[in-house]
Design a protein around this ligand. Structure first.
Ligand code: NAP
Ligand code: HSE
Length: 440
């Protein structure tokens, strides 16, 4: 049987999983690839760190030249996170003639154009299944299996850490503790701020929007709100109303028949009706609901973060590269190239949706009427209202505050935002009204 020599750069959570699969399951991989994948080098930053996989003596080093200088090594898994030095490492690997597999969505969302152009120029390929949704094979499905379709929309839970934290909060666990647990389990980024503020999901959505719609949208231009704004009270009220809160990443053609109308893209905590597939995604799982004009709705679900699920996607890409499949797809798809179909992001203010509002108001006569009046001025119709009696028995009536929860009928993002700004200026309302989209 032929052998393809491979290497790994970066042996943290994901790199360790990749090494374990290559070293412990070589026979299985050889059966699927029709060739052996021989791990020749593993480059790390700090040799003194203990690793969760037994790497044979002599393989581990801090010297990238041991990979770039060896023409026999054909495929490299680049598993260093962040932008620098990951970007330089990617460039050096491509320039030294390697085909590269990466899980680094931050790098692709920021410098995908440059790196894909370089790979094309050099006749090399980049594979990145693990960069979105970890172990869930969404990249291959969108770029290959659904290529007969015009994708109309995709809605996904793309950040495992956020979904894990929300699931923990639903069980009554505290936010900070849930973040620490996600870090301990290897789901979170080196800087978990990127997970909880919606940036990681926006980076993944930018990649999917490229693949599914040919959209050139930079992740920083995607309107995004993270779960760091979600309060346990909102989880409770959402539950009372029959919903769960999920961090949804959405890309949707405003008019499926006319892509010139633009693409709605956003990342935000969203109320999703209990029992619907996205609402029931728990823990570090990810899910993506894709609608294509020919196939209809298809749903992908599985672990979106963690060592072995992510390694599963990386090693599958390595096998595809060893076999030669990726090189063909890479050349054909022309990703991040000027030949991609173009669609622009639409003005987010015009996007229609239903909204959940939670206000903290003085428990006085006329307050609800004032709030309803402002919503009415902006053509926003109220679907339901919850106000529980104030808890503090005997407190001074004038000082009592209560939560007022309002579900609206469909209105535009711009109108709702403006109405909430006005509501927040009412003397009886404490500024900081919570506003979340509702997906029915
Ligand atoms: P990690 O645990 O922080 O590991 C990063 C590794 O990169 C470490 O082993 C580190 O070496 C190594 N490294 C850093 N700078 C280096 C350099 N200059 N030369 C060589 N090695 C260097 O990160 P991770 O969780 O494995 O994530 C890796 C990538 O996969 C990230 O882009 C991440 O976004 C993505 N990803 C992660 C997951 C997940 O569930 N964790 C899922 C999907 C995608 P030392 O160990 O020696 O410091
Ligand atoms: N930190 C990421 C997440 C890892 O939680 O989803 C997978 O990309």
């Amino acid at each position: 049987m032929e052998t393809t020599k491979v290497a790994i750069v970066g042996m943290g959570t994901v790199g360790t999983g990749v090494a374990r699969l290559l070293l412990d399951h070589g026979d299985r991989i050889a059966r699927h690839a029709g060739r052996n994948l021989s791990l020749e080098q593993v480059v790390v930053r700090d040799l003194s760190k203990s690793r969760g996989a037994e790497v044979p003596t002599g393989l581990l080093s801090t010297d990238l030249k041991r990979i770039t200088g060896d023409p026999e090594i054909k495929v490299v898994a680049q598993l260093v996170g962040g932008l620098n030095p990951a970007r330089q490492i990617m460039r050096q690997l491509l320039e030294s003639g390697k085909d590269v597999v990466t899980a680094n969505k931050a790098l692709l969302a920021e410098h995908g154009g440059e790196l894909f152009d370089l790979a094309r120029e050099l006749g090399r390929s980049i594979a990145f299944e693990a960069s979105v949704a970890g172990g869930v094979p969404i990249i291959t499905n969108i770029s290959q299996c659904l290529s007969a379709n015009q994708i109309v929309s995709l809605s996904g839970i793309l950040n495992g850490t956020s979904n894990f934290i929300l699931s923990q909060m639903e069980k009554g666990n505290e936010y900070g503790e849930a973040v620490r647990e996600a870090q301990r389990l290897g789901y979170a980024e080196a800087d978990p701020t990127m997970d909880v503020d919606g940036s990681d999901a926006a980076q993944k959505l930018a990649i999917l929007a490229h693949l599914a719609f040919g959209a050139r949208v930079h992740w920083k231009d995607i309107p995004r709100v993270g779960i760091d704004r979600v309060h346990v009270d909102d989880i409770r009220y959402a539950g009372e109303l029959g919903y769960r809160i999920k961090l949804l990443a959405v890309a949707r053609l405003l008019d499926p028949g006319d892509s010139s109308q633009g693409l709605e893209v956003h990342v935000a905590p969203t109320l999703v009706r209990k029992g619907s597939p996205l609402a029931e995604v728990r823990g570090a799982n990810n899910a993506i609901s894709v609608v294509g004009d020919a196939v209809g709705r298809v749903f992908f679900h599985g672990l979106g973060a963690g060592q072995m699920p992510t390694a599963s996607a990386v090693v599958s890409d390595m096998i595809d590269m060893a076999v030669g499949r990726t090189q063909l797809t890479f050349r054909t798809l022309q990703l991040w190239s000027d030949r991609e179909a173009q669609v622009d992001a639409c003005d987010h203010n015009n996007v229609m949706g239903r909204y959940y509002l939670r206000l903290q108001v003085d428990d006085n006569p006329g307050v609800l009427a004032d709030v309803a009046g402002i919503l009415g001025q902006h053509d926003i119709s109220i679907a339901s209202v919850i106000q529980h009696e104030a808890a503090e028995e005997g407190a001074d009536q004038d000082k009592r505050q209560v939560a007022l929860v309002i579900m609206t009928h469909a209105s535009t993002e711009g109108d709702t935002r403006m109405a909430v700004q006005k509501i927040d200026r009412l003397p009886a309302v404490r500024p900081g009204t919570v506003r979340m989209q509702v997906m029915d």
